[in-house]
Design a protein around this ligand. Structure first.
Ligand SMILES: CC(=O)N[C@H]1[C@@H](OP(=O)(O)OP(=O)(O)OC[C@H]2O[C@@H](n3ccc(=O)[nH]c3=O)[C@H](O)[C@@H]2O)O[C@H](CO)[C@@H](O)[C@@H]1O
Ligand SMILES: C=C(OP(=O)(O)O)C(=O)O
Length: 429
């Protein structure tokens, strides 16, 4: 198993190219199941999750093609992926493929819409809470599907095809919004999704579906209206930039000090985190080519955050912000409202000498003067990158174990920050 070794203490200076968003690329790739023509996606990040989803799509009968593109100073980033589901040969998504990644469950929407049946294993993904699928099942039932859960699989059938309806989510769910949105594109009649997720990745999926011929309005608001069509066609679409990767590197610069251009970053996708980063003492400017993030020797001050669905502060940046707060002047309260068990990084950050106490969904971080490098363990995707941020500022050596979590969502992290002056290397095996 690979590990990452960091020797902390260097500021970050230079340019980091921001990749396409994992959380947009995954549903976009799944949307290829909705048409027998080719869907070509540009700017798809090279990540373990993308490879795993490709395996799942191939199992359903999808053909795929790849070609990479050079960007930045010889840094390979982004690939163009062509996906063609001319015919769907298997409507089962098996446990072995689905259990490692939450998003793979989302194939249920397109399979049901196009093939009128699907048998999909209950999903896996980061262990950050119980993560039930009741909202997906409720939404698909509202579109006329009959659902049973048998032997760990959701078996969904709609012999006469899906029929549009009103779907009111009692709680905002990104995944359930993606699935009902995709399913509704091929349903008969109109679907109205109320309390829909407003995340940029939902908007990106809707834009791609519209390019494929879907009739969708309201994506990016809480009410999405979909008028079903008989068929969708192929399209070419560029994956939106990764706001979580952007926010992560912005927090890394806030932590170490320095001056970094986050090339290709889109500030409009992360207004809440940018505002907080400014509040704690980071300078952030929009430029023609991305976001410039700077912090000089003045240090950072503590601030409180509460995670919320978009446009609130993203839960996927909570761990990174906590790492930053470990060295802030003052005390920060960090409240997690999305996932009930997303604090596993607390125990690992303590190994660096951080002072964090936990009570229910609130972590209280008392900033300390210095962190000290330590052996630590990645527990989930965003938790693992919070350990990188702490390691970059800690005195001495940090070794992060179980970096396969990191590889799910960060493209060539050690190259990207190594080029900006961090002492970081991957130890293979
Ligand atoms: C691949 C991907 O895009 N993952 C993102 C997606 O996850 P994901 O789509 O899994 O997250 P959701 O938005 O669905 O989850 C939000 C909350 O709703 C709950 N819930 C969800 C579905 C359901 O049927 N029942 C239910 O109770 C979840 O347990 C959680 O408490 O959005 C999360 C919230 O922004 C992000 O942290 C993840 O990075
Ligand atoms: C939690 C995440 O991913 P997943 O939903 O696939 O577990 C994430 O991207 O931070």
């Amino acid at each position: 198993m690979d590990r990452i070794r960091i020797v902390g203490g260097n500021p970050l200076n230079g340019t980091i190219p921001i990749s396409g968003a994992k959380n947009a690329a995954l549903p976009l790739m799944i949307a290829s199941l909705l048409t027998d023509e080719t869907l070509t996606l540009e700017n798809v990040p090279r990540l373990a999750d993308v490879r795993q989803l490709t395996n799942i799509l191939v199992n359903h009968g999808v053909d795929y093609g790849l070609n990479g593109k050079r960007q930045g100073e010889g840094l390979l980033t982004g690939q163009t992926v062509s996906l063609t589901a001319r015919s769907i040969t298997d409507t089962t998504a098996p446990y072995e493929l689905v259990s490692t990644m939450r998003a793979s469950f989302w194939v249920i929407g397109p399979l049901l819409a196009r093939m009128h049946e699907a048998r999909v294993s209950l999903p896996g993904g980061c262990a950050i809470g119980t993560r039930p699928v009741d909202l997906f099942l409720m939404g698909l039932e509202r579109l006329g599907a009959k659902i049973d859960v048998e032997g760990g699989y959701v078996v969904a059938k709609a012999p006469g095809g899906l029929v549009g309806n009103r779907v009111v989510f009692p709680k905002v769910s990104v995944g359930a919004t993606h699935v009902i949105l995709m399913a509704a594109t091929l349903a008969r009649g109109q679907t109205v999704i109320d309390n829909a997720a407003r995340e940029p990745e939902v908007v990106d999926l809707a834009n791609c579906l519209i390019a494929m011929g879907a009739r969708i309005s309201g994506a990016g608001t809480s009410t999405i209206v979909v008028d079903g069509v008989d068929r969708l066609r192929g399209a070419r679409h560029r994956v939106v930039s990764d706001r979580i990767e952007t926010g992560t590197y912005a927090m890394a610069v806030a932590m170490t000090g320095g001056d970094v251009l986050l090339e290709g970053a889109d500030a409009s996708l992360l207004e809440a985190p940018i505002e907080v980063l400014r509040q704690v003492g980071t300078e952030i400017d929009e430029t023609n080519s991305g976001l410039r993030v700077r912090r000089n020797g003045a240090g950072i001050v503590a601030a409180d955050i509460v995670t919320d669905p978009f446009p609130g502060f993203p839960t996927d940046l909570q761990a990174q912000f906590m790492a930053l707060m470990t060295r802030a002047r003052g005390t920060a309260r960090i409240t997690e409202t999305i996932f009930e068990n997303r604090f596993m990084h607390v125990a690992e950050l303590a190994r660096f000498g951080a002072h964090i106490s936990l009570e229910g969904q609130v972590a209280t971080v008392e900033g300390v003067e210095r962190l000290k490098g330590a052996p630590v363990m990645a527990t989930d995707l965003r938790a693992s990158v919070s350990l990188v941020i702490a390691g970059l500022a800690a005195e001495g050596e940090t070794v992060i174990n179980r970096v396969y979590h990191l590889d799910r969502g960060f493209e060539r992290l050690e190259d990207k920050i190594g080029r900006c002056g961090a002492v970081i290397e991957r130890i293979s095996g």
